[in-house]
Design a protein around this ligand. Structure first.
Ligand code: S3P
Length: 426
């Protein structure tokens, strides 16, 4: 159990662990590439370790020590049929991106994960992969795990995705790299584009035209070195910590600021918080900067439309910040929250209410009315890393102690979270 005491000030210069999305992709693409890929700044969180384990089961040599990983790629068809099921743990990115990769492989594989994965929708990925010719089945006609995949013999498709999901887009593009002809994906709003950027870094040709991305089949990847920037989704908890406690400031170094991920920066600035970008640079096609975050009194805003995919994982902690903002914060167009590690509309509302916050669920988001004085509470992460961390941040501004039960979920994306939080809490 994690105990959080209210704090007088947040201050310091810190780094956050590597970006989860980029770490997954670096391992996957390294495993499919020809030659060696060395990764620095890798996130040694449970999700990314699941990805490593899956590729090891298919005969890929991977060495991992802390945030350094070496992958000995054997080319796209260097994977071997695994002799047992692949366990993706809690990781939606692992199972959905790997479904795209497995759809190209001339063998059989079964993938499954934990209780949360068993409830998450899979047809959004396997529907288009079936259209390309992959043989995939799963519980409830393929909606749920375990997924059974026999791949190979794919043909390219032009897919109009009903959801803005990087996991869906990436799975189809990866399958498209070994399909006949061209494959394209069009999204309703732009989702994170790390796959497109990293494929280019591995020597693949990817074309973008507005909300459509295209790849041609028959392309090979070349191994290379990847430096993973800090995860802006992890930085978001610490940005929020600054905004919860008057007089606070924090320098967060080396954070990825890919525009498809920076909704949190826009929101903090719109709410009145201080956030400056320093030392901007480009590393392996990904923009990176230091974030100088300074407390200022916040006011409520409306968050909806195109910005939602740019901050989808940050909504739990944005809701926490909104409890300290004057007036209403309205979050709309965020139905996707219902199919994350938990139903995050329900879990944010149930856990944040325990602090005495005013938060009402809606069909596609929530309404938070601030500012309210929070009181310490006993919280359940519900097995969701981001719920556990968001509620820990709420605890910093609450009167009395807060206890987070099932806090081990936090290691999914942010090992060392509680130690870092104590280090910056004065
Ligand atoms: C991710 C995409 C997002 C995000 C998840 C990571 C990725 O999911 O919520 O944490 O690495 O591609 P969706 O693509 O389902 O929106």
């Amino acid at each position: 159990m994690l105990r959080i005491k209210p704090t007088n000030q947040i201050s310091g210069t810190i780094r956050v662990p590597g970006d989860k999305s980029i770490s997954h992709r670096a391992v996957m693409f390294g495993a499919l590439a020809k030659g060696t890929t060395r990764i620095e700044g890798f996130l040694p969180g449970a999700d990314c370790l699941s990805t490593i384990q899956c590729f090891k089961q298919m005969g890929i040599e991977i060495e991992q020590a802390g945030d350094r990983v070496t992958v000995q790629g054997k080319g796209w068809y260097g994977l071997q049929e695994p002799s047992s099921r692949l366990d993706v743990g809690n990781s939606g990115t692992t199972i959905r991106l790997m479904a795209g990769i497995m759809a190209t492989q001339p063998f059989h594989v079964v993938m499954e994960g934990d209780e949360s994965i068993a409830k998450r929708p899979m047809r959004r990925v396997i529907g288009p992969l079936r259209q390309m010719g992959a043989k995939i089945d799963g519980r409830k006609e393929g909606e749920f795990t375990p997924l059974s995949i026999r791949g190979g013999g794919l043909t390219g498709i032009s897919y109009e995705s009903p959801v803005a999901s990087a996991q869906v887009k990436s799975a189809i593009l990866l399958a498209g790299l070994q399909a006949q002809g061209e494959t394209s994906v069009t999204e309703p709003h732009l989702s994170r584009d790390h796959t497109e950027r990293m494929l280019q870094a591995f020597g693949v040709q990817v074309e973008r035209d507005g909300l459509t991305v295209r790849v041609k089949g028959g392309q090979e990847l070349q191994g290379r070195d990847i430096q993973v920037p800090g995860d802006i989704s992890s930085a978001a908890f610490l940005i929020a910590a600054v905004m919860m406690v008057p007089g606070s400031s924090l320098l967060i170094e080396n954070v990825g600021i890919n525009p498809s991920r920076t909704g949190i920066i826009d929101v903090v600035r719109q709410m009145g918080g201080g956030l400056e970008l320093l030392n901007e640079k480009l590393v392996n096609e990904e923009p990176v900067a230091d974030l100088l975050v300074t407390y200022a009194p916040l006011h409520g805003i409306e968050i909806a439309g195109d910005i939602i995919p740019r901050l989808i994982d940050e909504i739990p902690v944005i809701a926490v910040m909104a409890t300290q903002a004057a007036g209403q914060t309205v979050i709309r167009d965020a139905q996707e929250l219902k199919v994350k590690e938990t139903d995050r509309i329900a879990t944010v509302v149930s856990q944040l209410s325990k602090f005495g916050a005013q938060v009402e669920p809606t069909d596609d988001g929530m309404v938070i009315t601030g500012s309210s004085k929070l009181k310490g509470a006993v919280i359940d992460s519900m097995g969701d890393h981001r719920i556990g961390m968001a509620m820990a941040i709420a605890g910093l501004a609450a009167q009395g102690e807060t206890q987070i039960e099932n806090d081990e979920a936090i290691a999914v994306s942010f090992p060392g979270f509680s130690e870092l939080l104590s280090r910056i809490s004065l």
